[in-house]
Design a protein around this ligand. Structure first.
Ligand code: CP
Ligand code: NVA
Length: 318
């Protein structure tokens, strides 16, 4: 993980396979040390980020990302500041460049959840401390770490396993497909026409897939076809934050993409279900969401272990 020191974390493809492995291993070590059920006394537990601080810019809502990061930073001995849209001058009186410069003088890290991906790139360009992308319209790399950790905890080695995405070709899918290719998983994607994933990210994933010896990414508009041979089915909301005006249109155009027991039944025996949350009622039935095949709550918990690993790696203090 040494090469991650001082670097920003914007998307999963920026990690080498070894860095991705190292982050997942460190996340598991943190869970063992700081998790419920650990015998380590929280008072004497190591606090490698003592004296470090992180500014957290949130342009949109969050439960998991905000709480996991603030709490995780605290467990490691550091301090995190939540800066919501009306807390700082950004966007009203001050531009991203100046905000990046000023926050870099106070803090050791800056995390940001933004609408446009260009904002996170601009922040990283002008910050003199490492930046963490906590979701943009294009990428959600922290989520992928949590998802891969949940899958490894369930299956062990993921090489040769198959992931099927059924739903919107969005930010969550983008990092997940890149991450799957890096750990040797096959990827199958069903999106409605007009909701395909980013073409550039698909091309990058195809080359990672061939480098890592997986099958080429398979894309279709047919959910039933995508889930054939799947060991895990993943979906996300059909209406991401910022797309609320398109709600009616999207619900209509995603007809047939609900993850339900019938669809799960077309996948491999033992197929599990993931969802980054928050979940909306239309994309997955309660029967699947609350079933013993659903890993959604361990997946959510892993958001904390994995972001702890990212922060520690960027600061070179474990
Ligand atoms: N999965 C995820 O990023 O959730 P939040 O929006 O609650 O942070
Ligand atoms: N695709 C969703 C993910 C939320 C965690 C969104 O961008 O709103």
């Amino acid at each position: 993980l040494k090469a991650m020191v001082g670097r920003s974390f914007i998307s999963i493809d920026e990690l080498s396979n070894e860095e991705l492995r190292g982050l997942l291993d460190l996340s598991k070590a943190y869970k063992a040390t700081y998790g419920k059920g650990s015998s380590v006394d929280p008072v004497t537990a190591p606090k490698p980020l003592t004296g470090q601080s992180m500014a957290m810019i949130f342009q949109k809502r969050s439960t998991r990302t905000r709480v996991s990061t603030e709490t995780g930073m605290n467990l490691l001995g550091g301090h995190a500041l939540f800066l919501g849209p009306s807390d700082i001058q950004l966007g009203v009186n001050e531009c991203m460049k100046d905000t990046a410069n000023v926050l870099s003088r106070f803090n050791s890290l800056i995390l940001a959840r933004v609408y446009g991906h260009a904002d996170i790139l601009e922040l990283a360009e002008h910050a003199t401390v490492p930046v963490i992308n906590a979701l943009s319209d294009k990428h959600h790399p922290l989520q992928t770490l949590a998802d891969l950790m949940a899958l490894e905890d369930h299956f062990g080695d993921l090489k040769g396993k198959t992931l099927a995405w059924v739903g919107d070709g969005n930010n969550v899918l983008h990092d997940l497909m890149l991450g799957c290719a890096k750990v040797g998983m096959n990827v199958r994607i069903a999106t409605p026409k007009g909701y395909e994933c980013d073409a550039g990210i698909l091309a990058t994933t195809q080359s990672l897939a061939s480098e890592n010896g997986t099958k080429p990414v398979f894309t279709t508009t047919d959910a039933s076809e995508a889930v054939q041979t799947a060991d895990v089915i993943v979906t996300d909301t059909w209406v991401s934050m910022g797309q609320e005006d398109e709600y009616k249109k999207r619900i209509a155009e995603f007809a047939g993409y609900e993850v339900n027991s019938e669809l799960m039944g077309k996948a491999n025996e033992g197929c599990v279900f993931l969802h980054c949350l928050p979940r909306h009622p239309e994309e997955v039935t309660d029967e699947v969401f609350y079933s013993d095949k659903s890993l959604v709550f361990p997946e959510a918990e892993n958001r904390m272990w994995t972001v702890m690993a990212v922060m520690a790696a960027q600061l070179g203090r474990y």
